[in-house]
Design a protein. Structure first.
Length: 148
């Protein structure tokens, strides 16, 4: 079986909407700087104020040698009991679909950073138990090659 990989590291950000105050941030570095489709990063954090609204972001870093125009990520958000709070398949372009030019910001030559909003003003239910652990997991999927 052939595995596709994304040369990357992954950052999960949780920001309180009020003034975009950073509540949680974690980086996941991948072995040999490659996110294989079999790798499922996990992020655990606590919600101190369930009534507040939060923005959740993924930040992806990829190199020019990534052969796909888009990145698909299937993620889930679960509470400490394992109950699913949110599950979604998202896709984002890493390269322009017509020109094949990289998108995102570059500060390291052929490496580009992308920040994607996953959940906008997400509110954990009032019944959510304060200060309990929340887990987010992500699995990457691939899309056809980009134009050259």
């Amino acid at each position: 079986m052939r595995f596709f990989a994304l040369s990357a590291f992954l950052v999960f950000l949780l920001l309180a909407c009020e003034g975009e105050r950073r509540v949680y941030e974690d980086n996941q570095d991948f072995k040999e700087r490659t996110w294989n489709v079999t790798d499922i990063p996990r992020f655990e954090f606590r919600i101190k104020d369930p009534g507040n609204k939060y923005n959740l972001y993924w930040q992806i870093r990829n190199s020019l040698d990534y052969p796909y125009a888009r990145l698909f990520i299937r993620y889930s958000l679960r509470d400490s009991t394992g109950a699913e709070l949110q599950r979604k398949l998202v896709s984002e372009f890493l390269f322009d679909q017509k020109t094949g030019q990289p998108m995102g910001r570059s500060g390291l030559g052929d490496v580009f950073d992308h920040r994607f909003l996953l959940l906008n003003e997400y509110e954990f239910k009032k019944s959510f138990i304060k200060d309990k652990e929340v887990t987010s997991r992500a699995r990457q999927l691939v899309q056809k090659s980009r134009s050259r």
